[in-house]
Design a protein around this ligand. Structure first.
Ligand code: FAD
Length: 499
């Protein structure tokens, strides 16, 4: 456990932030503090009321950029650790407060849609706007962001940008990094930094990418401007194909995407994973799901190509109605999260995921390698009730693999992470790196993939290190996230390229 580097007592920290913001923006309720010390990586221990890590000093709710700047200026001067937060749907420990007496800076009260510019096709929001609220507002005007992560009902704009999130329609609209036009962020010394909205620029490296994906480890995102697209709600076509071989499914996705078509959804499910969504799914079949959306002529051309490419391989088709109905219930709101908690408590059974990315040429190899290694080496194999994978985001050069695993917990709740989640996660990450892929596709590094972050970046890790050194020299910003941390609470950085 790392102690705060601050010389201030917990009570003094709370007093100082109360002086800055006022009492109604500072929460020290014991339950709130405990629940704010973790995220969904510890969803099992938290349903059992186990919170073993450091508990934050306070959750603070700024309502303006100026208040965020005051908070970060104070935290930087006094060496108080801060953990930015918005929707709270983080899955990789990004919200864990691993340093004593940290402040959780919750941006969810910065919840204004500031501007919808339908001529220049941009919308600007504060960080605490739930994506679902923005989408509802836009769709009423015939517009969409095109962003649709499964957590859309809860996740908010700041967190979505901070984690490099991606949505179900990514093959057409891209991921969040393709959508962000400009933004405003506050760096630790309280520097308010605005990256203006322009269609493109060639004025040196793209500094949006210092902020996008920083996971709160460099800056607090206060405002985001995203692109808008026209919304064509009545034109979407849905396709489902059963294929006997996972590698054949990968080849079909590759064929559609590299031929130049842009289906909005391009997915492949292993039999075990498909069975989770379709109870009658045959266990000797993989499932490819594609959708086409947009202006009618484009949808027709994409649909014709999809049907022709599927016809060239052995398959059975699934009805459009079945696939459409499935999509309409795919997202997770607070109701599904609450139901999951009850099931975990009643059955001592849960599911987790680890997502990575890989070139086309090694996708089937990675899938086979992970399935085989888990089935032959995972010590608690008897407790594994489901192991599968899907590809849900495809690119010109490759795709992602999203491994899913469910297990029955036959140990003390406190041991669950060490005995199940960490070893399974490690196998997937190690295999992805071994085949030249990325250890994380869209959930972020959080606190639990930091052991591999240097291997992920190789000789470029010193570039990432340089950002931390310059912008957050005292490592107050979400310590332990993205950058590994030593026992004294310092970020582990390198000064020169080491491979
Ligand atoms: C059921 C479920 C489904 C999911 N589906 C998807 C999916 O389809 N695609 C996907 O990409 N992810 C998905 N996720 C993961 C998660 O929803 C995303 O990472 C999302 O972007 C987090 O947004 P949030 O507002 O909840 O952020 P939080 O959980 O509050 O924070 C996430 C991270 O960002 C940092 N952060 C938060 N706000 C700020 C800020 N204003 N400035 C700087 N840093 C900040 C936090 O410190 C933390 O490290 C899913 C999660 C769940 C629980």
């Amino acid at each position: 456990m790392v102690n705060s580097r601050s010389t201030m007592s917990r009570a003094d920290i709370v007093r100082a932030v109360t002086d800055l913001l006022g009492a109604d923006q500072v929460d020290t309720d014991a339950t709130r503090l405990r629940e704010s010390s973790v995220d969904r990586f510890r969803k099992y221990t938290s349903v059992h009321g186990i919170y073993d890590g450091p508990i934050p000093a306070a959750v603070v709710y700024p309502t303006s950029t100026d208040q965020v700047a005051q908070l970060l200026d104070f935290a930087h001067r006094e060496r108080v650790a801060v953990v930015p937060r918005t929707g709270g749907t983080s899955t990789e420990g990004g919200l864990e407060t691993v340093v004593e007496d940290a402040l959780v800076i919750d941006g969810s009260r910065m919840d204004q849609v500031l501007h919808v510019d339908a001529e220049n096709m941009m919308a600007t929001t504060q960080c605490g706007v739930p994506l679902q609220d923005l989408e509802d507002l836009l769709r009423a005007q015939g517009l969409t962001t095109g962003h649709s992560p499964q957590s859309k009902p809860i996740a908010q704009m700041g967190g979505l940008v901070a984690t490099r999130s991606i949505g179900q329609f990514s093959t057409l609209y891209g991921a969040i990094e393709d959508m962000v036009v400009g933004l405003e962020a506050v760096f630790p010394r309280g520097q308010v930094t605005r990256i203006k909205n322009v269609p493109r620029r060639a004025a040196g490296p793209d500094i949006r990418h210092v902020v996008i994906g920083n996971e709160g480890a460099l800056a607090f995102i206060t405002e985001v401007t995203v692109k808008l697209f026209r919304w064509y709600p009545d034109n979407t076509r849905y396709f489902g194909f059963l294929l006997p071989d996972f590698a054949a499914g990968v080849a079909l996705l590759r064929e559609v995407v590299t031929a130049g078509y842009r289906p909005s959804v391009a997915r492949l499910y292993s039999p075990e994973d498909a069975r989770q969504h379709f109870p009658d799914h045959p266990m000797d079949q993989n499932l490819v799901v594609l959708t086409a959306e947009g202006p009618t002529p484009l949808v027709e051309a994409t649909a014709t190509a999809i049907e022709a490419m599927a016809a060239a391989v052995e398959h059975q088709s699934i009805s459009e109605t079945v696939i459409r109905a499935w999509f309409e219930s795919l997202n997770w709101g607070v109701d599904k999260i609450a139901a999951e908690k009850s099931v975990m408590l009643e059955t001592a059974h849960l599911g987790y995921t680890t997502e990575v990315s890989v070139d086309w040429s090694r996708t089937a190899e990675l899938y086979d390698a992970v399935m085989t290694r888990i089935r032959t080496t995972f010590p608690r194999l008897a407790d594994l009730t489901m192991l599968g994978a899907h590809s849900s985001h495809s690119y010109q050069t490759g795709t992602n693999l999203y491994f899913v695993y469910d297990y029955a917990i036959t140990c003390e709740p406190r041991e669950e992470i060490d005995l199940y989640h960490l070893p399974l996660n490690a196998i997937i990450v190690e295999e992805a790196l071994r085949v030249g892929g990325s250890m994380v596709h869209h959930h972020g590094v959080g606190k639990y993939r930091t052991p591999w972050v240097q291997e992920e970046h190789g000789s470029a890790y010193y570039v990432l290190s340089g950002l931390k050194r310059v912008f957050d020299p005292h490592n107050i910003m979400n310590p332990g996230s993205v950058y590994p941390m030593d026992e004294d609470g310092r970020a582990v950085l390198t000064e020169s390229p080491v491979s």
